[in-house]
Design a binder for this molecule. Structure first.
Ligand code: UDP
Length: 338
């Protein structure tokens, strides 16, 4: 191992981790990861987009505790608690949310992040802000490196999320500089996996559910826009590496495997043995044309490497959606080729 490589803890027994947004698909996977490492995990969520069923995986752990609360209005009282690490993961993140709940998104990333940063300051906890590749907007450089300042429309339909996350990054750096709070920032690129809402609106849950039910696959635009998809357990591994680094500046986290959206639709049809056909629909305003993370910065300090292939990730996610449909008593899913 080189000298600048980070050392990851083997156990977090005795440590307490607060996960804001614990019922979301990334945060609940992260919570389970830390419970398995021996930490006590306090989850907080108001279920605006999180799923109660995601918490069912966490309740069996004795060291898991949950508070239903809105972090920008009524952060629970943690006066007599020690907290060592805080993960700020509470924001809705799907483009359909941008349309429906833009003000909630802006408030959770501004006032909510502020409350969590104040808590980190009070407790002497390390704080991680989960930012997004959306801070790069419709990027003019490819792949995106962390030193790129972005190309964001400040008044477009995505701006409630993009600008709120840019503000959250600025707030985090200001708490670091002004008060010496121990902070980290990640920029999450497109991630998918079990625990997503079936009606989440993002491309992978849409395409999988369409493929499983034989419906048309809805490609927006001509499908030439690209995304790079990361399976959720790989993402959690990347987040863990950043949290235990000693660098407060932003790190891209994700998987650099890049697909056009048309290729993505074709692959999902093939992987799931679906009879669905592609249907082309109009594309939304400011939809980024190309997106792929440069992971050079993260890989210069850690051994991070995505482990789960697109095929495997899609099959695991499809199995999750199929189970969910059965639990919910729906019989509209054809037998997929898993
Ligand atoms: N997309 C699509 N069909 C869908 C949902 C999304 O073609 O049913 C496209 C969308 O226009 C975008 C890409 O897939 O170019 C990724 O969209 P998503 O909402 O998953 O995330 P984004 O990266 O745009 O935030």
């Amino acid at each position: 191992m080189e000298n600048n490589m980070i050392q990851l803890p083997e156990s977090l027994d005795g440590k307490t981790i607060l996960v804001a947004g614990a019922a979301g698909f990334i945060p609940h996977t992260l919570s389970e990861f830390y419970l398995k490492l021996g930490a006590s995990v306090i989850g907080v969520d108001n279920f605006i987009t999180g799923s109660r069923s995601n918490l069912d995986k966490l309740y069996p752990y004795k060291k898991f505790e949950f508070f239903e609360a809105n972090i920008y209005e009524d952060l629970p009282d943690f006066k007599n608690r020690s907290i060592d690490y805080i993960f700020s993961l509470a924001s809705p993140a799907s483009p359909i949310d941008f349309e429906k709940i833009p003000l909630e998104i802006m408030r959770v990333n501004s006032e909510g992040t502020l409350n969590l940063l104040n808590l980190a300051r009070e407790k002497g906890a390390r704080f991680l802000e989960a930012s997004t590749s959306e801070v790069y907007g419709d990027p003019e450089i490819h792949p995106q490196t962390e030193d790129y300042f972005g190309h964001v429309n400040p008044i477009g339909p995505r701006s409630c999320y993009d600008e709120a996350k840019r503000y959250a990054e600025a707030l985090t750096m200001s708490y670091h500089r002004k008060y010496g709070v121990d902070t980290r920032i990640i920029r999450i690129f497109n991630t998918y996996g079990p625990g997503m809402r079936p009606n989440d609106g993002r491309v992978i849950p849409n395409f999988i559910n369409q493929a499983l039910t034989g419906q048309d696959i809805t490609v927006y635009g001509d499908g030439s826009q690209t995304r790079s998809f990361c399976y959720v357990t790989d993402l959690v591994n990347a987040i863990h590496n950043v949290m235990f680094s000693d660098d407060p500046t932003p790190f891209n986290v994700g998987n650099p495997d890049e697909y056009t959206i048309k290729e993505c639709a074709e692959e999902i049809i093939t992987f799931l043995g679906s009879t669905s056909r592609i249907k082309y629909l109009p594309i939304g305003e400011d939809d980024p044309k190309r997106r792929r993370p440069s992971l050079g910065k993260l890989q210069s300090i850690s051994n991070y490497k995505p482990q789960v292939s697109f095929r495997e990730g899609i099959q695991k996610t499809a199995a999750y959606f199929r189970d969910l449909a059965q639990i919910q008593g729906r019989n509209d899913f054809k037998q997929p080729n898993l």
